[in-house]
Write a protein that binds this ligand. Sequence first.
Ligand code: CS2
Length: 497
Amino acid sequence: MISIKTTNSLYEPEKVDVGIVHIGLGAFHRAHQAVYIEKNLNRNQGGDWGICAVNIRSNSQLVDELKANGCRYHIAEYQDSQNVELREINAIRDALFAGTDKEPLFEKLVSPKTKIVTLTVTEKGYYLAPADKTLRQDDPSIQHDIQTPASPKTAPGILVEALYRRKESGLPPFTILSCDNMPNNGSLTRRVVCELAAHRSAEFAKWIEDNVAFPSSMVDRIVPAMSDASRERLQKELDCHDQNAVMCEAFSQWVVEDNFPQGRPDWEHDGVQMVKDVHPFETMKLRLLNGSHSLLAYVGLAAKYKTVAQAVADEKFASLIRHYMGFEAAPTLDLPQEVQVQTYIDSLVSRFANDSLQHQLSQIAMDGSQKIPQRWLNGAEERLANDVKQGDLNATALGVAAWLFYVRGEDLEGNQYKVDDPMAQTLSELHGRCADPESLVREALKLNDIFSTTLSQSEMFSRAVLNAYQTIISSGVTDCLSFNNRLSNNNTANFGG
Ligand code: CS2
């Protein structure tokens, strides 16, 4: 029998004021930040840290549906398939779609009550070149925001315009908190906002530099995209008839740099880790959790698995990610003091094994060009700059090879599928241009939006990627998998040249 614990709001939602504007009202926000705010409001029996959540480009339907329900929804936190907590959430007090509600959005952003603006816009929403993380000035949307700054399309453009209006009205700025999976997400957000603002005036950009706080944060909770099937399951299993419900794992972590000059909720009492330096937490999570996720996604899809849980149930895949984490990624990390790496790795493997989530590998495979630099490549570059031996980066190389295979948009049986990635066209042209694996791998590693010269010039790394790629296309990806997680120098990958 499934055990369901129900938790309801303990405050009067209509009395809660909005102190936070959030951009990016996806499932992740609803199951992560909004839950921490919900706990805060429950504990304080209300307050003025309610959220106005905004979608800027897509999913106006969700905004309408949420509003039709007074922004009330539920989340189902699955410990495993038998233990679930169903939570009512009222932390989101208002929802807007920037496409049609631009002025109401700026009203909220310029309100003196708004103290914090948070972001979950995914990696590509920052318009940074993936490898060197500079603003992509030539992107048409950024160009639009440079030419017509008063009606911006992008998240950075909206922040710049809102800060401009606040400055003009003599109001203090808000604090900007990035909640996306990027290293130094606070400084990167500062960089894009200041670079864009400099197109208005150097003086305005300097005002932002001097006055706006951009704390970094590490966010962690596995939240699969909702589907009709998962909604139906919530109805049947939990009797939850809520179109906007979100399902996620029970685990949740939020580590936030404590830099909020305009004030913040007393989050430290709600399980948020408020710290001085987020960096060790961010790199650990990105390279271990997200790095393994991407590895499972590309290698798993090539082996015809559909979900994360299915892939890790295969011992070969569990060994692959344990090997990757323990031998390739962990040595690059400066771990937070309280973390025991083996315990962290074990907990990740068991979180991935949670089969109640049905976390689709294809969801993780999206936008690979924007994800793999911080998940795999930065660590590999650091390893290459030190003393690496043949075979030391074979799991990472296999990941790169499987990603390269995935982005060709056609499996070994000739079935075609859509590659969802801002660089999809470049990657498809690359496959069209390079028929033989050797030139394909060589040219792919020259894509300097993704790969640094350290990687493209490493003979050892290129050869390992090529060997893995050749194995994938000639005998299938499972032939690349014999990582048995032993502590040895040439640890057991059966390719690597
Ligand atoms: C995943 C993440 O889709 C992806 O790329 O790796 O969304 C992952 O589930 C979260 O970062 C977990 O905190």
